[in-house]
Design a protein around this ligand. Structure first.
Ligand SMILES: NC(=O)c1ccc[n+]([C@@H]2O[C@H](COP(=O)([O-])OP(=O)(O)OC[C@H]3O[C@@H](n4cnc5c(N)ncnc54)[C@H](OP(=O)(O)O)[C@@H]3O)[C@@H](O)[C@H]2O)c1
Length: 202
């Protein structure tokens, strides 16, 4: 398969890219490094990326940002970061990318545990994750040519524990092989419209 992995140089993305590269042709998209440069918050940049890359069998997005801060400090602009990047960035990847995915191919998006189990300072990130879950269930009903879509929602991943553990007291870090398997299940499996949760019930 020819697999485009946006965010494929990030903490999760590099592990997922390394895994898929053992069996498939992987093209990494990133904002500052990668085989192709893209900013998912900008739909013109997404269009340019797909024109450069051409048809693919799978699009995997492991990128997208949202601002983490106390709710009473959040401005409307602060919420816009998550709406433009993690939410509409991933929606636009599917909207624009559907013409570049071969019949029977797939999209795999990324959210996270905050959709179900938010922690402090995540009103924006949690909201955006929940929106993507609903989007995936709805758009799965309408994608043509047997194109599938799923979303992987992991808990705090092992490779990011140092960076985020203070925000997630008592959470069980998710081993990287389980996180990778979420993406493998989506890309190589047959399911569609699924929220692939890689965490226990905390
Ligand atoms: N870390 C966790 O424990 C965890 C758990 C569950 C879900 N998630 C979610 O998984 C995703 C990846 O997390 P991570 O920890 O791997 O993040 P990360 O280490 O910061 O890596 C993110 C990657 O995405 C790229 N990227 C960011 N914004 C982009 C944009 N607008 N357009 C194109 N590429 C962009 C970055 O490229 P540049 O470096 O070039 O900017 C980088 O390669 C995030 O959405 C995060 O919320 C993370």
């Amino acid at each position: 398969m020819k697999i485009l992995i946006i965010g494929g140089k990030g903490t999760i993305g590099k592990r997922v890219s390394e895994h898929f590269a053992k069996k498939h042709q992987v093209i990494v998209g990133g904002r500052s490094t990668g085989d192709v440069i893209v900013d998912i918050a900008d739909s013109k940049s997404i269009e340019a990326m797909f024109k450069a890359v051409g048809k693919v069998d799978a699009v995997v997005c492991i990128a997208g940002e949202a601002k983490w801060a106390a709710f009473d400090s959040m401005t409307e602009e602060d919420f816009t970061i998550g709406l433009k990047s993690k939410l509409m960035g991933q929606v636009n990847l599917v909207r624009i990318g559907q013409d570049y995915v071969n019949p029977g191919g797939s999209f795999t998006l990324t959210t996270g545990i905050l959709a179900d189990h938010p922690v402090e300072f995540t009103t924006s990130a949690a909201m955006v994750n929940g929106g993507i879950h609903s989007f995936v269930k709805a758009v799965a009903l309408e994608l043509r040519n047997g194109i599938r879509i799923n979303v992987v929602s992991s808990g705090l991943v092992e490779d990011a524990v140092e960076r985020y553990e203070a925000y997630f007291p008592g959470h069980n870090p998710i081993p990287m092989y389980k996180v990778i398997n979420g993406y493998v299940r989506s890309v190589e499996g047959k399911g569609t419209g699924e929220i692939i949760r890689m965490y226990d019930n905390c």
